[in-house]
Design a protein around this ligand. Structure first.
Ligand code: ADP
Ligand code: MG
Length: 350
C-alpha cells in the first residue's frame, strides 16, 4: 500500500519507528490534497532527529520528505549552534518542541536555497510545512537513493578536489552528509550550518575539514592536510584565472605540497610525520576570528610565528580581519522571535 506510512496505527507504534504523529499525518494529507505529492513510500533513512521518506508527485517525479521528529530531547544538542548567533539572540522556546523543530526545518530550507544560489550541488528545496521539508530526491529513476560518500567507493582525486572548490561552514560535514549523485558530491543536512560571523564558525569549519580529510585519506587519496585545506578555504583571494578555477587551484596546491613537503634527505615517513604534527598542533589551536578576539594582538601574533619564520594560519587569519568571503555562507538572516511567524520565502540575496 503506498500509504502505508500514513495509515500505520498506534498498535504498530512500538515496533515501527517510522510511524508519524497525527499532526504530521495531517500535513502530509494536505500536501496530497493540494496535489503536491501523490504518495508517500518507504523510509530512506531513520535518524536521531529526522526520518527521510521517498515520495512521488502526481506526475511520478521523485521527492524526498525530511520529517523532523518533534520530541524535546532530540534537540537538546543543538544549543551550541544557536548560542552566539544573533539571529537567535532572543533565544528560542525550549518548552515548545514543535516550534523549535519548525525553526530547524525552515533553517534547512533556507540554507539549501543559499547553497543553490551559490551553485553548490545540493537537493532542490521545494517547501517546508511545520516539521516537513520537501526537496528533490537524489537517486535513480527506480527511486533508489544515491549513496552517501561513505558508501560510494570512490577513489578519484578529482572528486576530492571538487569538494574544496566551494565550501560552506556546514558544521556537521562528513561522509555521512554528502551524497555521491550523478558523479558529483551533493551536500545535504544543512539545518545547523552557520554564517561565517558565528563565533565558532572557524571551529566548525576546522572540524568539517578534519572529517573530510580523514575520510579521503582513509580512501587512499593523497590529501592536502587539515591546516593547508583550512588555509585554502579561508584565503581571501585565490589565484584563479579564466582558465584556472578554484578546483584547479586546489589541485595546484596539492601538487605543490607533495613536492614541497619532502625536505632533502628526509624519509617519506619523516615528512608525513612532520605534516601530521603540524596538523595536530593546528587542530588544537585557538583560531581568533578578528583582532578584537585577541588580548594583545601584537604579542600573540609574534608568539604564534613558526620557527621557520612562516606565519601560522591563525596569524594569517587575523590579517584577513574582513570576514571570510570564500567560505560561502549557508545560513539565513532571519531574526527569530518567539511566537513570530517566519516569513517564507526569502529573497535570494537574503
Ligand atoms: P539526518 O539528520 O537524519 O542525518 P539527513 O538530511 O542527513 O538527516 O538525511 C538522512 C539520510 O537520508 C541521508 O544520509 C541520505 O541517505 C538520505 N537523504 C537525505 N536527503 C535526501 C535526498 N534529498 N535524496 C535522497 N536521499 C536523501
Ligand atoms: Mg545526516
Amino acid at each position: 500500500c503506498p500509504f502505508e506510512v500514513l495509515f500505520a496505527d498506534k498498535s504498530d507504534r512500538a515496533t515501527n519507528e517510522q510511524v508519524l504523529d497525527p499532526r504530521t499525518r495531517i500535513i502530509l494529507f494536505k500536501m496530497i490534497g493540494r496535489g503536491l505529492i501523490h504518495e508517500v513510500n518507504g523510509c530512506v533513512s531513520t535518524g536521531k532527529e529526522a526520518n527521510v521518506y521517498h515520495a512521488l508527485t502526481p506526475e511520478f517525479a521523485h521527492l524526498a520528505l525530511k520529517i523532523y521528529k518533534t520530541s524535546i530531547l532530540v534537540f537538546k544538542d543543538r544549543d551550541r549552534y544557536v548560542t552566539g548567533e544573533y539571529r537567535f539572540r532572543r533565544g528560542y522556546n525550549r518548552r515548545n518542541p514543535r516550534k523549535m523543530v519548525r525553526l530547524w526545518a525552515e533553517k534547512e530550507l533556507r540554507n539549501l536555497r543559499r547553497l543553490q544560489a551559490a551553485g553548490i550541488p545540493c537537493p532542490e528545496p521545494f517547501e517546508v510545512r511545520q516539521n516537513v521539508l520537501v526537496m528533490s530526491f537524489l537517486g535513480n529513476r527506480e527511486g533508489w537513493a544515491s549513496p552517501r560518500l561513505k558508501d560510494a567507493e570512490i577513489n578519484d582525486s578529482s572528486v576530492y578536489a571538487s569538494l574544496y572548490s566551494e565550501l560552506l561552514v556546514h558544521a556537521d560535514l562528513s561522509e555521512y552528509n554528502i551524497l555521491y549523485h550523478d558523479d558529483h558530491l551533493y551536500i545535504i543536512d544543512v539545518s545547523q550550518s552557520v554564517e561565517h560571523d558565528h563565533p565558532s564558525a572557524f571551529d566548525f569549519l576546522r572540524s568539517d575539514i578534519k572529517n573530510v580529510e580523514e575520510f579521503f585519506a582513509k580512501m587512499g587519496i593523497s590529501c592536502l592536510g587539515l591546516r593547508r585545506c583550512f588555509e585554502f578555504v579561508v584565503k581571501e583571494k585565490l589565484d584563479t584565472t579564466e582558465e584556472l578555477d578554484a578546483e584547479e587551484v586546489f589541485k595546484k596546491w596539492l601538487e605543490l605540497s607533495e613536492s614541497e613537503d619532502s625536505r632533502e634527505g628526509e624519509s617519506i615517513e619523516a615528512t608525513s610525520g612532520r605534516s601530521a604534527h603540524e596538523d595536530a598542533v593546528f587542530e588544537k589551536s585557538y583560531i581568533p576570528r578578528t583582532l578584537g578576539d585577541l588580548y594583545d594582538p601584537e604579542r600573540e601574533v609574534a608568539a604564534l610565528s613558526l620557527d621557520d619564520g612562516q606565519m601560522p594560519i591563525y596569524a594569517q587569519t587575523i590579517e584577513l580581519v574582513q570576514p571570510v568571503k570564500r567560505v560561502l555562507t549557508a545560513a539565513d538572516d532571519t531574526q527569530v522571535d518567539d511566537g513570530e511567524e517566519l516569513p517564507i520565502p526569502l529573497t535570494e540575496d537574503g
